[in-house]
Design a protein around this ligand. Structure first.
Ligand SMILES: *Cc1c(COP(=O)(O)O)cnc(C)c1O
Length: 307
């Protein structure tokens, strides 16, 4: 197991932060009539949601085979990305590494938080340039974290040698696995006990078909989960959202069936595309979409939009 002093990576104001204490933190029990949160006695959604999302975490823990204490739930992965910047990077001073072409929110969220970015492009076969990443992190002490996306959006492929990165990078490694349900055997979530600096993000937005609901997850060492928990808004995941995610998790057959349909259709689409003259190359994909090189991309795009 790798040792990393996580507290040294945390912004001092976050380390010292005393979290908000909700009424439900101060009195726990299900008996009686709660008067201590100034809620309305009428209606069905009148109560604040569970700030710790216990029921959802218990179910997720079974499904994902990760202890509840190592699970964080966010209002979509986008909230998790924002929280990670706010916990680990001092605005105007510290920075993160991203590897374009990749998911756009890493950059937008860095800009919102005034966090510097070092961009180290993927190689021509869309893999990480690990030597360059490690050199950059060593030369620039403002680098606190790196975002890697595997399978990567928008290229669709898995990133290789992530363990080499984990073994040698001493900041926070965020592995965004939004598409991992399409290749679950490759998840890094089983490595969170080996690497205290690893955060694995997943989401209900893709394979679970709940993009409208806004539920994202992070799996990490308990220390990092506690930091995320104390920094988030107390009621970041609504009662309706928690319920919808729980409901979906209780129908694993439907999940499997939809995923298989999507994977079959992806293979079918690739096969048909490969017969077309305009198609130059179909890149390997472990996600639910394909990256395709065509002869005249703009013209084909405009024709498809018109149709
Ligand atoms: C779609 C997607 C997400 C999902 O974000 P949510 O906020 O959970 O909807 C995260 N990362 C990547 C790379 C994505 O493509």
């Amino acid at each position: 197991m790798k040792t990393v002093d996580i507290e040294k990576l945390v912004r001092p104001n976050i380390l010292a932060l005393k979290p908000y204490s909700s009424a439900r933190d101060e009195f726990q029990g299900s008996e009686g009539i709660f008067l201590d949160a100034n809620e309305n006695p009428f209606g069905t959604l009148n109560r604040y949601p569970d700030p710790h999302q216990k029921a959802l975490k218990t179910k997720l823990s079974e499904v994902k085979n990760v202890p509840a204490k190592q699970i964080f739930i966010g209002n979509g992965s986008d909230e998790v990305i924002d929280l990670i910047y706010r916990i680990f990077c001092e605005p105007g001073k510290e920075s993160a590494i991203i590897c374009p072409p990749t998911y756009g929110m890493y950059e937008v969220s860095a800009n919102i938080n005034n966090i510097g970015l070092q961009k180290i492009p993927l190689t021509t076969d869309f893999q990480l340039d690990i030597e360059k990443i490690l050199q950059t992190a060593e030369a620039d002490t403002s680098v606190k974290l790196i975002f890697v996306c595997s399978p990567n959006n928008p290229t669709g492929n898995r990133l290789e040698n992530l363990e080499k990165l984990l073994d040698n990078f001493n900041g926070i490694v965020v592995a965004d696995e939004a598409y991992i349900d399409f290749c679950p055997e490759h998840s890094l979530k089983s490595k969170i006990n080996n690497y205290p600096n690893l955060i694995v993000m997943q989401t209900f937005s893709k394979a679970w078909a709940l993009a409208g609901v806004r539920v994202g997850m992070a799996f990490a060492d308990e220390k990092i989960i506690s930091l995320l928990d104390k920094t988030k808004p107390p009621y970041n995941v609504s009662a309706i959202n928690q319920q919808a995610a729980l409901e979906t998790l209780s129908h694993p057959d439907e999940f499997e069936e939809r995923r298989n349909t999507i994977l079959q259709q992806k293979a079918h689409l690739a096969e048909e595309l490969s017969k077309m003259e305009i198609v130059k190359r179909i890149y390997p994909s472990d996600a639910n979409f394909l990256l395709v090189e065509v002869s005249d991309a703009n013209r084909i795009y405009n024709e498809l939009v018109q149709k």
